[in-house]
Design a protein around this ligand. Structure first.
Ligand code: ADP
Length: 184
């Protein structure tokens, strides 16, 4: 049974590492960014609402994201565990998640914080070239991260649920550290 939350700035390599680890642990990789991008591509109602926020580097409002996560965590494939990537991203989202996990009796094992320096992040994001990876949007996403998401580090640290991993290393070295943590 593996239940993990991945935290870290945009460009930390969360998505890549989360996908690898989820496969290894045989649990679904739940990425809110991926779910939202798919909704935008599909042109669904959710996608139409989310698009403007995402393109501007803003967070999508909670009324769009909370239902989505509640619904996703009620699907049968989550019984064996899950790996959350990109959620929670704000303290209110973390509080919502905590209540939800209590309710469904699925406590999180721990929260992984992928720690990466600012210049490394910027260089990686500029290389990636996704639709929301234009420099001004990237800078805004980083600012949103510092203001709204970074407080989650203290939120989880004070609950003794936080584990930090050095994300400045090569992908392989980060993954090795993660695997060691999970297999312990
Ligand atoms: P990154 O890790 O590079 O920030 P993500 O794929 O996690 O990218 O997210 C892309 C975008 O999707 C975010 O900039 C935001 O607009 C939206 N998004 C994803 N998850 C959330 C969330 N939990 N709450 C609000 N918006 C979200």
């Amino acid at each position: 049974m593996t239940r993990l939350i991945f935290l870290g700035p945009p460009g930390a390599g969360k998505g890549t590492q989360a996908a690898l680890l989820a496969k290894e642990c045989e649990v679904p990789h739940i990425s809110t960014g991926y779910i939202l991008r798919s909704a935008v591509t599909a042109g669904s109602e959710l996608g139409q609402k989310a698009d403007q926020y995402m393109s501007a580097g803003e967070l999508v409002p909670d009324d769009l994201i909370l239902d989505l996560i509640q619904e996703r965590l009620s699907q049968a494939d989550t019984e064996k565990g899950w790996l959350l990537d990109g959620f929670p991203r704000t303290v209110p989202q973390a509080e919502f998640l905590q209540k939800l996990l209590d309710q469904i009796e699925q406590p999180v094992d721990f929260v992984v914080n992928l720690d990466v320096e600012n210049d490394v992040i910027l260089a990686r994001l500029l290389q990636r070239g996704r639709k929301d990876d234009e420099e001004s949007v990237i800078l805004h996403r980083l600012e949103v991260y510092r203001k709204q998401t970074e407080p989650l580090i203290d939120f989880y640290r004070s609950r003794q649920q936080l584990v930090s991993v050095d994300g400045n290393q090569t992908m392989e070295a980060v993954y090795a550290d993660l695997k060691r943590l999970v297999m312990e």
